[in-house]
Design a protein around this ligand. Structure first.
Ligand SMILES: [Zn+2]
Length: 133
């Protein structure tokens, strides 16, 4: 856990299963079962093969920091700076990115190429995926 006070995201028909996924500690990503293609943010239609056979399936929760920025300004009351906003590329598929926070490490020590793994921070019904080295 970081010291952030998370605000729960809206749980819509399209996103609720994603946000609730972390309740059991497992990250689930929208996945086309017809052509084995992952999509994030979730989409109801596969953008590769146009199948509607898309559901949320478990992934390893392991990835690599692809890019990041250090936020040094207090934009939100519950999120004291500095903190890292990163694009983590999940190991399941090249180009499959989750925009997230990197926790459990000093912001100065975050680096492109760093291996990270998911954990979750709960906000009401939602489990927000964050990543830690
Ligand atoms: Zn597909």
């Amino acid at each position: 856990m970081s010291d952030m006070q998370r605000v729960a995201p809206p749980l819509t028909t399209r996103t609720a299963d994603f946000w609730r996924s972390g309740a059991d500690g497992v990250l689930r990503i929208a996945h086309c079962r017809a052509c084995n293609f992952y999509m994030h943010p979730p989409q109801p239609l596969c953008r590769r093969c146009h199948s509607t056979d898309v559901g949320f399936d478990p992934v390893s929760g392991k990835g690599t920091v692809h890019s990041f920025t250090i936020n040094r300004y207090q934009w939100k009351p519950g999120m004291p700076p500095p903190y890292v906003i990163a694009d983590v590329e999940l190991e399941e598929q090249a180009g499959l990115f989750v925009q997230t926070n990197i926790v459990g490490v000093a912001v100065e020590d975050v680096a492109i190429g760093m291996k990270v793994a998911v954990e979750f921070e709960q906000a009401e019904e939602a489990f927000i995926p964050v990543f830690r080295p």
